[in-house]
Ligand binder design. Sequence first.
Ligand code: FNR
Length: 363
Amino acid sequence: MSAQRKDDHVRLAIEQQHTHRGTNQFDEVSFVHHALAGIDREEVSLDTSFAGLAWPVPIYINAMTGGSAKTGVINRDLAIAARASGVPIASGSMNAYFKDPSCAHTFQVLREENPDGFVMANVNATASVDNVWRALDLLRANALQIHINTAQETAMPEGDRSFAAWAGQIEKIAAAVDVPVIVKEVGNGLSRQSVATLKDLGVAAADVSGRGGTDFARIENGRRELGEYAFLHGWGQSTAACLLDAADVDLPLLASGGVRHPLDVARALALGARAVGSSGGFLRTLLDGGVDALVAQLTSWLDQLAALQTMLGARTPADLTGCDLLIHGSLREFCADRGIDTRTLAQRSPAPASASSTTGSTR
Ligand code: FNR
């Protein structure tokens, strides 16, 4: 059952990539263009840090799969691409391994193919502390991801209907393990309230994983004969909205969900994310073009991100948070209703000295 579900997820996620990819709320975020802001490419670094971690790049391959023969091959190829491009990578949910240890190798391959890389183990919020340790040990993981996915479970035919214990279990896990714990959504987003709660629970970072890309309510509904949960398609807040909403919570944020190209990466970083992940898009590249195509995509995204930073005058990814951003359309309405000041965002770069000295000029 579990192995079949993993294969279904890949099939339906790829179908979605081919049929439902297009605009999303990242399109409602634009940089104010300052024509003399540019710096030299040699000055630009892609280093980022959060929760005591230092990553050489702010892009990662986010959680996807493992647990069946087919998905073991996918994990092998993802790991090879991660190693070749130097990006961090996460496993898919390791619940399948807890239930059936004979599928261990379909996850372990992430470490075998990428012995020195940054690897995250992914579990659900009901995992026991013992099982979390098993997952971390199997992958020699550098960090732990815990996914929270109430909309997915609700649409899933065999999904959970008991969510009340999740927060307590997250707190228990965060207190027990010796690697940073990152809690993530799966494409429906984390609100300001959710991120604040996660901070109180003792997690190290939150990946908002918002709406705009892979839609798990749609995927699970696609596994139902009658498709009776179609009304949940598109549930939640976009990734851009989540970053704006939770910006004032004192917890490092990562961004994923609907990241389509390096400009979306730069937008998410400018909205405060410390690093930016993609799942469905990278999976599509891998399955359409093979490992070489994914390595080429990752390499070119990193190069193009550096090019954007050069044009925008951002020496580091974190410097992008000093760039002026305009928020348009429905995202602007979201900001108004949630009390987020878009004018401050549009005017955060320092004015050149001459701008103030000429104020009041009598010329
Ligand atoms: C996922 N995602 C996911 N997340 C998670 O925490 N554990 C998991 O096991 C999975 N499984 C999974 C399978 C497949 C095939 C895909 C495409 C995705 C969710 C993923 O990590 C991410 O949060 C969302 O997919 C949103 O990002 P994208 O796909 O829009 O870039």
